[in-house]
Design a protein around this ligand. Structure first.
Ligand SMILES: [Ca+2]
Ligand SMILES: [Ca+2]
Ligand SMILES: [Ca+2]
Ligand SMILES: [Ca+2]
Ligand SMILES: [Zn+2]
Length: 389
């Protein structure tokens, strides 16, 4: 998996500013800090404004638009910290020594790199400026769109890295977050961290980093600031890059399990795969549920469907309903029992889920409440069914 080392790198640039770099907080998220204090932007510098290199990021280019999508995702976090949604275009001279926050492409870096300048004294700590530099000649393609079929996670023959994914991760560093290795989170592998329904895999901040943002900047006083969501990715393992970076989480696809025990039906969860299910049998289907809003929500309606396409909607065939509670702390990867009716016709389906399917909760984003796992349903004979297991 040579890709995994490539898309994350944090450089803390000291120069005039003294720096102490500590990490490994016991809370769910991890912050960058000095003298034991979390480093963050001062309230007078919020919203944090980015300036775009005239050469690398002209207004209206696909990469400029993708960067603004990532800024927008961070705008939606439930804390008082946020970036200005739009880029300031036309910056003719960019560098890491000034105190202007800039983005550009350069042949001097091999991976997307955040350079963060910190003021770090015993009684005074803050983030003073940040630049995000993207490699112009790396051995992979930073893909600016959000069509799932154009990125590596959904096509193992592609080396394409989601630019929106890697940018959302880098902006987490700029925000004051370090790598986190214990949970499914954007400060882990951003290339297996999407909200996917229909043709699109959208980058996002997620519950753990939202929780970290609140720890840094305080919770918003906005009673309607809710966002719950569901994804078909989950935590896999901690990865230690052994190059001075802090360990981060690897992720993989969620799975479908047999009813009798918890072993997945297939172990290769690095790419999307289709599960063979038998009509008349029960399974457990797994998804990751997140609450990235201001507070805990209870009795959230969840429904499961069989769809004839990869776009899960309430018009699809309903097979199960239930309720869950979601606090904002850590993402919840849950297995739910589902039964495939004996008369279900054979064929390819997408076993889908929709959270808040009755839309009782008004949310910042309603377009991240559904996802799926592909299945092929067969009317196995008893003998064939045993062989298939
Ligand atoms: Ca700069
Ligand atoms: Ca939502
Ligand atoms: Ca459908
Ligand atoms: Ca809703
Ligand atoms: Zn990183």
């Amino acid at each position: 998996m040579p890709l995994k080392n490539k898309w994350i790198k944090l450089v803390v640039f000291t120069s005039v500013f003294q720096l102490f770099f500590l990490s490994g907080a016991t809370s769910a998220y991890t912050h960058i800090s000095c003298y034991g204090e979390k480093l963050k932007w001062r309230s007078k510098d919020i919203p944090v404004q980015f300036y775009a290199s005239k050469h690398s990021f002209p207004a209206g280019s696909s990469y400029s638009n993708a960067f603004e999508v990532a800024l927008d995702r961070w705008y939606d976090n439930p804390s008082n910290g946020f970036f200005k949604k739009s880029l300031n275009y036309g910056e003719t001279f960019v560098n890491t020594k000034n105190l202007t926050n800039e983005i550009w492409f350069s042949s001097n870096v091999n991976t997307p790199t955040s350079v963060i300048r910190n003021k770090c004294k015993a009684n005074k700590q803050y983030i003073a400026a940040a630049d995000v530099i993207f490699p112009s000649n790396a051995g992979y393609i930073l893909h600016s769109g959000n069509k799932k079929k154009q990125i590596n996670a959904y096509d193992k023959n592609l080396d394409n890295v989601s630019f929106q994914g890697t940018t959302t991760h880098e902006l987490g560093h700029v925000f004051g977050l370090d790598h986190e290795s214990r949970w499914y989170n954007i400060m882990g592998n951003s290339q297996r961290f999407f909200q996917t329904n229909s043709k699109f895999a959208n980058a996002y901040v997620g519950e753990d980093a939202s929780h970290g943002a609140v720890a840094l900047y305080g919770v918003l006083n906005e009673s309607q600031w809710h966002d719950i969501s569901v994804t078909h990715f989950k935590y896999s393992s901690a990865f230690d890059p052994e190059n001075g970076q802090t360990p981060y989480a690897l992720h993989k696809f969620t799975s479908i399990y047999l009813p009798s025990h918890d072993s997945p039906m297939s172990n290769n969860l690095n790419y999307e795969q289709t599960y063979n299910l038998a009509a008349g049998k029960s399974y457990k289907v797994e998804f990751t549920y997140e609450n990235s809003g201001i507070k805990k929500l209870t009795d959230i309606d969840v429904a499961f469907y069989l769809s004839k396409d990869d776009n899960i909607t309430t018009s699809d065939q309903l097979i199960k309903t239930g309720k869950i509670d979601l606090a904002r702390d850590k993402p919840a990867t849950l297995k739910t029992g589902v039964f495939i009716h004996p008369a279900q016709s054979e064929g390819k389906y997408w076993l889908g889920v929709i959270i808040d399917y009755k839309n009782k909760i008004s949310e910042l984003r309603e377009d991240n409440n559904a996802t799926y796992l592909p299945v092929f349903i067969k009317n196995f004979s008893d003998k064939d069914f045993k062989a298939a297991l």
